[in-house]
Design a protein around this ligand. Structure first.
Ligand SMILES: [Zn+2]
Length: 372
């Protein structure tokens, strides 16, 4: 199988093909791959193999892999995002766990007993203009606001991992109806943002399925502003579209797919494990393709890749200035019942560290989305 750690070969291939894509790679990214080495004393060899050894290999080979670890470092010069890959880290102590689906089932059942979000009209506040109601979701004001306009999209179903295509479409429609309603109420609020934190590891405080809806004014949220800036600076420098080039590069690396005008990329500089970008030139609420892709990617995440907790964000252009695509980002936040946290000081103040191979994610997606 392809691996991101075969980076040097992939880059050499692009260079040999003399294609425009090789230039794009170096226009967008700084990158290198190298080996980190160590010497394991005789007395620690057994333990080291237990902690990090690849069980499918003879122990001498598994040990050699621990002693010589291939590292890939990728930095996006425009957005400032950077990731260090080391596939061995996935096996570090405390991270290899068995399937905890029974525990997850119990958590969902237990929390349903006294859940405010199961009765949103009784037990959540509403916005000054009331609520926006969809067939499978309803809005509520956020009791502890992130910002001036900060509300919740509460799904009808308690279990956030249980949704079908129609429900996802309805969540997206209701969210965009709420953005429009806020804009009608006060047109100085023009920067919409949606973020769905699914289950505790992603930052959610309630199990019941819900997303955060925000509209802000004057300037966008910091990371969305960075993205606008990156795209504008790239255009100024190369007179080319940043998102198109990003897609061409991922496609040439075998890490992209599309449905209609919606592009799907498994990010080579992910913020954390399995990050997927969905790029839609159209507002997702008016794009059946975007809705279908979001649904399929999430189902592949949960049903095939075993994701239990994730963040999904829709980074939107300003309302009435849609000269910028909608970027939907989805990232795995780790298993719910492990003590380890997926992000540490490296992610906050250094670069993201990723252990899962984007090619593994792409393989799962490609098999799941066979119709693409
Ligand atoms: Zn509930």
């Amino acid at each position: 199988m392809d691996s991101i750690l075969d980076w040097e070969e992939k880059v050499a291939e692009l260079r040999r093909s003399k294609s425009e894509v090789y230039d794009i790679l170096n226009q967008i990214y700084l990158h290198y791959s190298a080996e980190g080495t160590m010497i394991i004393p005789e007395t620690f060899k057994d333990k080291a193999l237990t902690y990090m050894g690849d069980k499918s290999l003879p122990s001498s080979e598994a040990l050699e892999r621990i002693e010589n670890q291939r590292i890939l470092k990728i930095y996006n010069k425009w957005t400032g995002e950077g990731t260090v890959f080391n596939s061995l880290r996935a096996q570090r102590p405390g991270l290899v766990i068995e399937n905890k689906s029974k525990k997850l089932e119990n958590l969902i059942k237990e929390t349903e007993k006294n859940c405010d979000f199961c009765n949103p009209e009784k037990y959540t506040p509403e916005d000054p203009f009331g609520r926006i109601k969809g067939e499978h979701s309803i809005t509520a004001s956020n009791l502890a606001k992130y910002d001036v306009w900060s509300s919740l999209l509460i799904f009808r179903k308690h279990n956030p991992l249980d949704f079908n295509q129609w429900e996802i479409s309805d969540y997206i429609d209701t969210a965009f109806n709420w953005f429009n309603r806020v804009y009608q109420y006060d047109s100085s609020y023009q920067f919409p943002f949606l973020v769905w934190n699914c289950l505790y590891k992603s930052g959610a405080s309630q199990v019941h399925g819900h997303a955060q809806l925000l509209v802000t004014r004057d300037f966008p949220y910091a990371k969305i502003g960075n993205l606008y800036k990156a795209a504008h600076n790239y255009k100024d420098t190369y007179n080319k579209d940043y998102f198109k080039d990003l897609y061409y590069l991922h496609q040439a690396l075998g890490l992209a797919n599309s449905k209609g005008n919606v592009k799907i990329l498994v990010n080579i500089s992910p913020i954390k494990e399995k990050e997927i970008l969905i790029i839609s030139p159209d507002r997702p609420s008016s794009s059946p393709d975007a809705k279908e892709v979001v649904y399929q990617v999430l189902r592949c995440y949960i049903d095939v890749l075993g994701v239990e907790s994730f963040n999904l964000a829709i980074q939107c252009p300003p309302i009435n200035y849609e000269n910028f695509p909608y970027i939907i980002k989805i990232v795995d936040r780790g298993k719910l019942f492990t003590k380890t946290v997926d992000m540490g000081g490296m992610e906050l103040y250094g670069s993201s560290v990723a252990s899962e191979d984007p090619y593994m994610v792409m393989k799962a997606l490609r098999e799941y989305l066979g119709k693409f």
